[in-house]
Design a protein around this ligand. Sequence first.
Ligand SMILES: Cc1cc2nc3c(=O)[nH]c(=O)nc-3n(C[C@H](O)[C@H](O)[C@H](O)COP(=O)(O)OP(=O)(O)OC[C@H]3O[C@@H](n4cnc5c(N)ncnc54)[C@H](O)[C@@H]3O)c2cc1C
Length: 415
Amino acid sequence: MRVIVLGAGVIGTSSAYYLAKAGHEVTVVDRQHGPALETSFANAGGICPGFAGPWAAPGMPGKIVRWMLARHSPFALRPRLDPYQWRWLIQFLKNCAPERFARNKARMQRIAHYSKACLKELRGETGIAFDHGAGGVLQLFRTEEELAGAEKATRVLAQFGVAHRVLEAAGVLAIEPSLRDAAVSFAGGLHLPDDETGDCHKFTAALAELLRERGVAFRFDTRVIGIRVEGKRVTGIVTDTGTLDADAYVVALGSEAAPLLRTVGIDLPIYPVKGYSVTIEAGENVPAPRSSVMDEHYKVMITRMGTRIRAAGVAEIAGYDLSVRRSGAATVTASLRELFPQVGGLTTVKPWAGLRPMTPDGPPYLGATGIKNLYVNVGQGSNGWTQACGCGRIVADVISGRKPEIDMEGFGIDR
Ligand SMILES: Cc1cc2nc3c(=O)[nH]c(=O)nc-3n(C[C@H](O)[C@H](O)[C@H](O)COP(=O)(O)OP(=O)(O)OC[C@H]3O[C@@H](n4cnc5c(N)ncnc54)[C@H](O)[C@@H]3O)c2cc1C
């Protein structure tokens, strides 16, 4: 079949890889001048099935209230006269109920672990380099109260069979010796040795390059304006450079998928949640994480990517506004300066912001829509890098008429 993938982020490019592998003739369309230049550009780099779970969790509403009053907060709400923002918030709060959290977590764990296996296979098949690290992720607790909260997390990890270890301060230093220089004290940590790291942009760019060599067409600088539907079938994609047609179409436009899909009657509750990051060229000799540290205090993840250190976090609900606010960037840099002062003090770098395509319950939407030859691969939220290969594989399987290798329960647009 001829398949057009809309979006060359990590999700669209991974979809293209599996579609091409299945023998389809694939074209990828993106408004940017290259792959992964929007949300997939500078995320925290965590490939973390162990941590994969919904943000809508029991206790979250109380935490949000506390964060809204805190200095260097990991959360900000900028209310808009936007019914979709309010609908998303209400649905998010409803999904904080314990039984919904358990159901959503199980769905996200299913896709995330599958995706890690798919990525491993893809790495073996392609040999692409993306500063991949397999040193695990260390969740760091600064206070006894935060450490006590880890107990609940370990019960959930045990339930899903995720390897983990609770550590006291000495154990934390054994995993990440550079924390010896931290400007703050910490009570302990939770280590997930099987989680991995890597540069999502490098991965996507390398994969796109390889796909081009394999005959996949990339049409950059092409903005999708509309989807032409006739009699419950897509007959073309309208872009600012003309109409494109194919036998099947995959929407992988991140947060932008929601408004576009609404124009053809598919109303998915995906809403952008802005996050920030800074990336510092630290070299080899500056005390910095060996792998990745999740600072539970600020909810900021600090990850090594080769000789660079990336710190990323913050959830700012402010619509499609991509402006880099000083408050958001300050939370990320505060975490870095407090935990790894020598990296934090290295240089003033320009912060980056990206929009996570969040569903209110957590899992993405994958596969068929009510329109015959239109498919979605959207809503991966804060886990898109972790879930990309699994989601791409599943959508390619659905389009190819093959049964996906994992249970599709909870990933449909009708859930
Ligand atoms: C601060 C931060 C930290 C994160 N950390 C992690 C992490 O550690 N681990 C993890 O798994 N995930 C993480 N994520 C989430 C992850 O980055 C996203 O889930 C993922 O990048 C989404 O990929 P995507 O391809 O759906 O979206 P995008 O990368 O945004 O791709 C969508 C593409 O569609 C294109 N597009 C949009 N509209 C149009 C249009 N009208 N016409 C043509 N093209 C269009 C865009 O140019 C873009 O290239 C993080 C996100 C942020 C913001």
